[in-house]
Design a protein around this ligand. Structure first.
Ligand SMILES: Nc1nc2c(ncn2[C@@H]2O[C@H](COP(=O)(O)OP(=O)(O)OP(=O)(O)O)[C@@H](O)[C@H]2O)c(=O)[nH]1
Length: 326
């Protein structure tokens, strides 16, 4: 029997209520009619209507209609994924449309943390839709709007037909302040021609490494709550000390860290190491070799809530390979 090419890429669509997720999904389904897509719909509320609004094409449409994925993550979502692979042995891409108030990191974590799931699925990107007309107001009222943006790899500013240029600029600046590392795209009814949204490879070591070439030096965003703290340094890190430090940090304060991404130089190792975390799980992959004679500069960014720069800096310094307590 024919089988899917594992791991199947997964796109998580997030964004506050009414931002345009279903509209974007319809566009994705239309544009990718050569692909066998499976769409997992997740709804908030008793009555399920979203699946009726989605244009189905020839694709398979599933729905998790009882409540919110991130509120029922204790194994159920993993079961749904396992059943999916059993029932639909052949498909090319999985799109998970999450409820407007879901925490996307909880959904992403299912694809990062579980080895069996990872054998079948690989996260391609988290795409966050924002409503150009209502974003600024929604951000002041709803904490999850900021978190959804902070966690995303791609942020689609939707409903650009409803705002003037000045407002659009303000929205773009706001989005960049919350997440300077995401690609930003503008759309109308989810429609845009700029990028292939289902082919982002945002979690691939190679892509993370490329993104870090344009890394701003020691950046810290000045947002009251959601902050990104970036560090650039040339001192090699001790692999064991760093892994231990990050693990402890994520276990104790995992809720505050939305995302960690880094390209690191570990003492005595010739390859770049790519570290990424989603919630409490950190993964390490090998990047390209350091070029001979080149200064090996490590770059790492922490995105999260109320992150203390001084403590992160101290923690990192304690992981330098030549560090000794005095
Ligand atoms: N003017 C305008 N309206 C839009 C645009 N995108 C979506 N809409 C409308 O906004 C409403 C919400 O769009 P949806 O695509 O259902 O948004 P959603 O994020 O799936 O909404 P929820 O399921 O409530 O979370 C619908 O009436 C859409 O027709 C846009 O770019 N411009």
């Amino acid at each position: 029997m024919q089988k899917s090419n594992y791991p199947i890429p997964v796109t998580i669509l997030t964004g506050f209520l009414g931002a345009g997720k279903t509209s974007l999904l319809n566009q994705l389904i239309r544009k990718n009619n050569d692909k066998r897509l499976v769409v997992l719909e997740n709804e908030f509320g008793e009555v399920s209507i979203d699946s009726e609004l989605v244009y189905k094409g020839d694709n398979e449409l599933f729905e998790i209609s009882s409540g919110c994925i991130c509120c029922s993550m204790n194994g159920e979502f993993n079961e749904v994924l396992a059943n999916l692979v059993k029932e639909f042995p052949v498909f090319d891409h999985l799109v998970v449309e999450s409820t407007g108030i879901a925490d996307p990191s909880a959904i992403a974590a299912a694809f990062i943390g579980d080895q069996i799931i990872q054998a079948h699925f690989k996260l391609d990107a988290v795409i966050c839709l924002v409503d150009a007309q209502n974003l600024i107001e929604q951000m002041t009222e709803r904490e999850e709007v900021r978190k959804q943006m902070a966690f995303a790899d791609v942020i689609v500013i939707n409903k650009i037909d409803l705002v003037n240029e000045g407002t659009l600029e303000k929205v773009e600046t706001t989005v960049k302040n919350v997440n300077p590392y995401a690609s930003i795209i503008k759309a109308k009814f989810g429609e845009q021609e700029t990028v292939d949204l289902l082919n982002q490879d945002a979690y691939e070591a190679r892509k993370v490494e490329q993104g870090f070439r344009f890394f701003p030096m020691n950046l810290q965003s000045k947002h009251e709550e959601v902050v990104s703290q970036a560090f650039v340094f040339d001192q090699p890190l001790d692999l064991l000390k760093f892994r231990h430090w990050l693990n402890v940090l994520l276990v104790i304060q995992g809720q505050s860290f939305y995302r960690v991404k880094g390209v690191l130089n570990f003492a005595g190792l010739d390859e770049r190491h790519i570290v990424q975390s989603v919630m409490k799980n950190a993964t390490y992959t090998l990047g390209s070799d350091w070029e001979p004679g080149m200064v090996r500069t490590s770059k790492i960014v922490f995105i999260g809530k109320n992150l203390r720069r001084d403590l992160l800096e101290k923690g990192l310094k304690n992981c330098y390979s030549d560090f000794t307590f005095v």
